[in-house]
Ligand binder design. Structure first.
Ligand SMILES: Cc1ncc(COP(=O)(O)O)c(C=O)c1O
Length: 393
């Protein structure tokens, strides 16, 4: 009989990926993924950028390169982080990774021994929960409201738990809820973390996908003790297939991530880094983002309007100002997980919210993505979900 590591006992195939399999029929309206709209990818431009890399840097692009990552790209990212978010950093404090998922995996492996505590929002990103789980931690999920983590609950958790290794948060257009932390809550949160000297993993794939409202400052701009580990990614603003993300952190922490990357993958793809760098030289990434935002925005508006029209009374949902998701909280008596196979049968897939709560709960919730379906299908899909909820009620 094969004997696997005990960590595998806690890990299962992502429920979301399993679900996507069952909803692979193109007829099914998919609110289940977190995929950018493929028709908006800059295919022609990326091809030009790639050709330039092969013409000018061919054999270097196909070679191994440093673990830190391609310097011209790291310099661009450091500048971009300042221009967009006033984060003062430089290329030396950026480590390129294969998407921010790798940064999440490294966060777990750099900080966690079995039984150590991870603080996180309830609900939180399932991909992060699964990545951390490999290290067999204890999750302490802090309740949230529309402004972010509840500070009293956070303080209580810090008092009650030893061995807290880090706190994982997504303050901008959270996955799964689409919510944004308020400025005040960010300040209070960072005061508590700074006092307690707890590292913060700030995951920000969606911050630049803002349709309306005022951008809020990154936690990394409120970090006098250098505790914030910022994870960025090209996945939602350019293309996830490039598999490029980055970790921005202070020396002592970044060195550990670098050692982990050496052991794990040696480096992020040389050619992918060069292609994205060439794209940013040849074209304006902001212009591309300006192109995708209105398309996502009209899909978001369409979904919200359909929710207002078709969801029964007692259902709450997020009117997100950006990102890719809305979040339904149905009345307590509605089990969105149990309802989900029925909705797939009727032609629409969403992700039940319960798996996003690492310690249980959230049965009446669901995450809906609006970026990957055309508007007419969005309205149709929400009507099906609304009708299914009404029948249960
Ligand atoms: C909150 C969050 N973090 C990290 C990731 C991973 O993104 P990637 O590895 O493509 O950068 C995702 C992907 O959906 C996400 O929603």
């Amino acid at each position: 009989m094969l004997k696997f590591a005990s960590r595998m006992d806690n890990m299962s195939a992502s429920e979301i990926r399993e679900l996507l399999k069952s909803a692979s029929d193109p007829q099914i309206i998919k609110f289940s993924g977190g995929f950018p709209a493929p028709e908006l990818f800059p295919v022609k431009e990326m091809k030009e950028a790639s050709m330039k890399v092969f013409d000018e840097l061919g054999s270097t692009a196909l070679q191994y390169s440093s673990t830190d990552g391609y310097l011209p790209l790291r310099e661009k990212l450091a500048k971009r982080m300042f221009d967009k978010q006033q984060i003062k950093t430089d290329a030396e404090h950026i480590l390129m990774t294969a998407g921010s998922q790798m940064g999440l995996d490294f966060s777990g492996r750099v900080f966690l021994n079995e039984g150590d505590v991870v603080l996180l929002e309830a609900p939180s990103y399932l991909g992060a929960i699964n990545a951390f789980k490999a290290n067999q931690p204890k999750f302490v999920a802090i309740p949230t409201d529309d402004e972010g983590m509840l500070i009293d609950e956070l303080k209580k958790a810090i008092e009650e738990n030893d061995n807290i290794k880090f706190c994982y948060v997504i303050p901008d257009f959270q996955n799964p809820t689409g919510k944004v932390w308020s400025l005040e809550r960010r300040k209070q949160f960072m005061e508590v973390m700074t006092d307690a000297e707890i590292p913060v993993v700030e995951d920000n794939p969606y911050g630049e996908l803002r349709f309306e409202g005022t951008p809020q400052p990154s936690l990394k701009t409120m970090d006098p003790k250098g505790l914030v580990i910022y994870l960025g990614t090209m996945s939602k603003i350019l293309a996830p297939g490039q598999r490029l993300g980055w970790v921005c952190a202070e020396d002592e922490i970044l060195e550990k991530y670098n050692i982990m990357e050496q052991a794990s993958a040696l480096q992020a793809s040389t050619i992918s880094q060069m292609e994205v760098n060439a794209f940013m030289d040849m074209y304006n990434l902001d212009d591309h983002i300006k192109k995708i935002l209105p398309a996502y925005d009209s899909r978001r508006k369409c979904m919200i309007a359909a929710m207002e029209k078709y969801l029964p009374e007692g259902c709450k949902f997020t009117r997100s100002e950006g990102g890719l998701f809305t979040w339904i909280e149905a009345p307590e008596s509605v089990d969105m997980k149990a309802l989900q196979p029925e909705c797939i049968k009727r032609g629409v897939a969403y992700v039940p919210g319960a798996p996003f709560f690492p310690n249980g709960g959230g049965l009446n919730t669901a995450r809906l993505n609006y970026s990957a379906e055309p508007e007419e299908r969005i309205e149709e899909g929400i009507k099906i979900i609304g009708d299914a909820i009404k029948e249960v009620l």
